[in-house]
Ligand binder design. Structure first.
Ligand code: C2O
Length: 492
């Protein structure tokens, strides 16, 4: 195994990803930030220097961090923010996992301002390696012309009445026009690095063959459009079809779902486009292709749906040992009349300089005191032994919520409308979808199962950045007696 070493400096700079100038937070002056690429089993070392005015931390979304919980980069949970002017070196081994991941700031709402980038893990064991020659990354995201701190301040005030900030634009790979030239068979790794909006991604007149979801290989399935919520990833195979008018280009479309917006932004064009150039297309040429709705090109498949996804390496969901039932909702129950997100009775408030991992630590070397009583703003479920946890999440809100569990892949054994009814709602345990970020339908539910074999404090939260800021987050403390901690110091 190799060591992949990176040195990053994060700073605030004025840039204009879509032509509109605004201050953004950039890693090494770039947006999106640098690609982190490694093989399964490699060590990743990233020295992060904070040149901003606020503290920060970087999270490696989807990395298991088995044995290195304190490298998970989550402020308020696994670490204190890296203070301005100081550095922290992330250093962890990639488990035997591969596929499409990403990294982002996990401090306040900083990732909305630009601290995001792709994280790709390769392995000779990938089952679909021989199916493509070209490996492309396509990050789609909503984009705002106002800095996120101002947006959060407004959202968490009575003025917003609980209505989320609405994007001003959408971006593909950090721009709102983007070209990619296609040789033959390509893998496109779609990552939603956005903050709020989900997208539907399609390529005119080309089916997309989905082969990976959140780092889990899938039995290939062909669809026209791939709906993707915040923090989710899909790899799709695309074969450039010269027979449909060789030398032509095609539009790649990322259609932003505006149904979740409670206010209108008349300036917003929800369709973000990119050009897929096949060989022979002149550089200035613009595609004339039509999207699926208008095109006569025999559509015989449809949008990707959860039921269509079957993991390539089949696994039966283990029997549940315990069940944890959660209810998520938005409520205005505080004295200041602000609408906050709740998991059960708790709205998460990070204690930045006393993260739960450090609160739980008994000594210097390791072992966590599971009897610790966390602050009332912290819902922490403690799992003392290795067991299969069945997590029922009922969504009492009118919106869909992409929930992510740190450090784990879960089995999605059920999802549906209304609240989960034990014994009545159907469970899929045969070879259910496994992933790390699941969309919980509006007024709907999911039933997830995961094995609590990874010692640490793991965040479980809605990945919509505004909702995280509103407290829609909780934690699992897994195998407390085996949690390792390292006292770290800031390198100057
Ligand atoms: Cu993308 Cu809490 O993470």
């Amino acid at each position: 195994p190799a060591t992949r070493y990176y040195e990053w400096t994060i700073s605030q700079q004025v840039t204009a990803p879509d032509g509109f100038e605004r201050p953004m937070l950039l890693v090494n002056g770039k947006f999106p930030g640098p690609l982190v690429e490694a093989n399964a089993g490699d060590r990743i070392v990233v020295k992060v220097t904070n040149d901003m005015v606020n503290g920060t931390a970087i999270h490696w979304h989807g990395m298991f961090q088995n044995g290195t919980n304190w490298m998970d980069g989550t402020t308020g949970v696994t670490q204190c923010p890296i203070p301005p002017g100081q550095s922290f070196t992330y250093n962890f081994t990639v488990a035997n996992q591969w596929g499409t991941y990403w990294w982002h700031a996990h401090a306040a709402s900083q990732y909305v301002d630009g601290i995001v980038g792709p994280l790709i893990i390769h392995s000779p064991d990938e089952p679909h390696l021989d199916k493509y020659d070209q490996d492309l990354i396509m990050m789609v995201s909503d984009h705002y012309h106002t800095d996120s701190a101002s947006l959060v301040a407004w959202y968490l005030s009575t003025a917003s009445e609980g209505v989320e900030p609405v994007p001003d634009n959408g971006l593909i790979n950090g721009r709102n026009s983007f070209d990619c030239s296609l040789a033959t068979e390509a893998l496109i790794r779609i990552i939603n690095t956005g903050s709020f909006a989900d997208f539907k991604v399609s390529v005119d007149e080309h089916e997309l063959e989905v082969i990976e979801a959140d780092g889990v290989d899938m039995v290939p399935v062909k669809v026209e459009r791939v709906p993707i919520h915040v923090a989710q990833r899909y790899s799709v195979l695309l074969v450039a079809d010269q027979s449909k008018g060789g030398g032509e280009g095609f539009w790649i479309r990322a259609e932003m779902n505006t149904n979740c917006f409670n206010v209108e932004n008349p300036a917003l064009d929800p369709s973000v486009k990119a050009i897929l150039r096949t060989s022979g297309m002149a550089p200035q040429e613009i595609p004339t292709s039509k999207d699926w709705e208008e095109s006569a090109w025999s559509p015989h498949c449809d949008d990707l749906k959860t039921e269509m996804l079957k993991p390539f390496f089949a696994r039966v969901a283990p029997q549940a040992d315990i069940q944890v039932v959660l209810e998520m909702s938005f409520q205005t129950i505080t004295r200041d009349r602000v609408n906050m997100g709740y998991v059960n009775k708790t709205s998460w408030r990070p204690q930045l300089n006393n993260p739960t991992l450090l609160q739980a630590v008994e000594g210097d070397g390791g072992g966590v005191n599971s009897a610790i009583v966390f602050d009332e703003s912290q819902l922490v479920v403690t799992l003392e032994t290795i067991q299969t946890v069945e997590l029922v999440v009922n969504n009492l809100d009118e919106g869909a919520h992409p929930f992510h569990l740190h450090g784990h892949i879960f089995f999605v054994v059920a999802t549906g409308d209304g609240s989960y009814m034990p014994g009545r709602s159907e469970l899929r345990t045969e070879n259910p979808l496994r992933r790390d970020t699941v969309t919980i339908p509006p007024y709907g539910y999911v039933v997830l199962r995961f094995v609590s074999d990874n010692p640490g404090l793991w965040a479980f939260h809605c990945h919509i950045d505004w909702h995280m800021a509103a407290g829609l987050m909780m934690q699992f403390l897994t195998l407390p007696s085996q949690v390792k901690v390292r006292k770290y110091r800031w390198d100057f």
